[in-house]
Design a protein around this ligand. Structure first.
Ligand SMILES: O=C(O)/C=C/C(=O)CC(=O)CC(=O)O
Ligand SMILES: [Ca+2]
Ligand SMILES: [Mg+2]
Length: 418
């Protein structure tokens, strides 16, 4: 696949995140007006809510972009998603006779405030990175038996909190929690001292299910992907997690990037999951490659200081794809909903500089990571953590937009909690 050219020059630059090939879905406002649906193209946003209102975009026979979220378009299903892309592209491609109509509805990206792109109905987070699971198992449990016995057979996950999901740019407050540091006889209550990020991708489910779906059917239900930071309090986690898994450690906030990159835009970048170490049960077997080759990085910037890139890795490292996870999620008959968000699990590569969390990068705080002007074992107050990602095509890229959040100090400890 090569670059699809637009009459918007900035969309044709080789390093532009939002060429015509991408057309990601976001929600934006300008100068405090009401949030509406937009599609990023070059340095601009096309106001598709306005186009629909003027009858210039028609989808499914009734308005679906008259709300500040994409769930109603998702509900129409995959044929409507493809039709939507074709209709939007027809306004933006080089030589389009509709150029003048689109020009009336373009806003500079730089002037826009970006909001949550969809209503998150439910949120589940998986644990599907082989290297991450090995590293965490080594540190939290037994290096000899780092991978849990079920891990190579089943995509492990836990039910997260939809209410914790926030859009890039939202500040995150260091949590309070129950802690029992190594060596302490009894737990105490106070601010987390080991607050971390997790580099993940999020799959946005665009179709509801009743009963079990196959991996093939699951793939067709996924509307698109975002970058996802599953902020994690490692000290709260280490004490609370047995035997039911993460609870308060991962309920503070989950940050997503502001643009949903539709699965259609990622088709040229399909890659297979790594070779199976043991055969999977038939229901989990993928009929074709279902991961995408997305290059990822995480940067940390202290308040007022320069940014340091902490890690670089690839989504293709994951042992289970989102369609496998979604299929597995429905095996119990669990109904999936439009707007369900599935976290991939932390994405770490095999190398030291490819680890997707500070827990791994600093090896539990034992090996602080150098940053410009200092070092970090975990995130400090005032630090901004930014996830970035793109798929590299032939002369173009499919970008996601930054997924950033700044850590604010913990709230004051109430007297009754001392
Ligand atoms: O192994 C454990 O005890 C839990 C590890 C995690 O951090 C869970 C998690 O969020 C999974 C992930 O992001 O891959
Ligand atoms: Ca996670
Ligand atoms: Mg979370």
């Amino acid at each position: 696949m090569t670059l699809l050219r637009s009459w918007i020059d900035s969309a044709n630059a080789p390093d532009c995140a939002f060429p015509l090939n991408n057309l990601p879905c976001g929600v934006f406002s300008v100068q405090g007006d009401s949030p509406r649906c937009g599609v990023a193209i070059g340095d601009f946003i096309l106001d598709v809510s306005a186009l629909e209102e003027e009858g210039l975009l028609q989808l499914g026979g009734h308005p679906v972009l008259d709300v500040p979220f994409w769930n109603e378009l998702m509900e129409l299903g995959p044929d409507a998603w493809a039709d939507f892309r074709a209709q939007v592209a027809a306004f933006l491609n080089e030589g389009s006779p509709k150029r003048a109509l689109a020009e009336d509805h373009l806003m500079p990206l730089a002037d826009a405030v970006l909001h949550m792109p969809f209503l998150v109905s439910e949120y589940t987070d998986f644990y599907a990175g082989r290297h991450h699971a090995f590293n965490v198992g080594s540190m939290f449990r037994d290096p000899e038996n780092a991978l849990p016995p079920n891990w190579l057979h089943i995509p492990i996950g836990y039910n997260g909190r939809a209410s914790s999901v926030v859009v890039s740019g939202t500040d995150v407050r260091r949590p309070l929690g129950q802690l029992k540091p190594p060596g302490a006889d009894v737990p105490h209550f106070g601010p987390s001292k080991r607050f971390d990020f997790e580099l993940e991708m999020g799959a946005v489910v665009g179709q509801a299910s009743e009963g079990m779906v196959s991996v093939e059917q699951a793939e067709a239900m996924i509307f698109g992907y975002v970058l996802l930071n599953d902020w994690s309090a490692r000290d709260i986690q280490a004490w609370e997690y047995q035997p039911l898994g993460p609870f308060q450690a991962k309920a503070t906030a989950t940050t997503i990037s502001p643009w949903i990159v539709m699965a259609a835009a990622l088709q040229p970048f399909r890659v297979a999951t790594p070779p199976r170490e043991v055969p999977l049960l038939p229901y989990l077997t993928e009929p074709r490659p279902m991961l995408y080759d997305v290059q990822l990085e995480v940067a940390l910037q202290p308040e007022g200081g320069p940014e340091t890139v902490l890690t670089r890795t690839r989504y293709g490292e994951m042992y289970y794809s989102a369609p496998q996870q979604l299929c597995h999620h429905t095996t119990s008959g669990c109904p999936m909903n439009v707007g369900d968000l599935l976290g991939s699990g932390t994405i770490s590569g095999p190398g030291k500089a490819e680890r997707g969390s500070l827990l791994e990068l600093s090896w539990g705080g034992k090996e602080p990571v150098a940053i410009t002007g200092g070092s970090r074992s975990f995130i400090e107050d005032g630090d901004t953590v930014t996830l970035r990602g793109h798929a590299q095509g032939d002369g173009y890229r499919i970008g996601f937009g930054d997924c950033a959040g700044r850590l604010l100090p913990a709230p004051a400890l109430p007297d009754w909690a001392r």
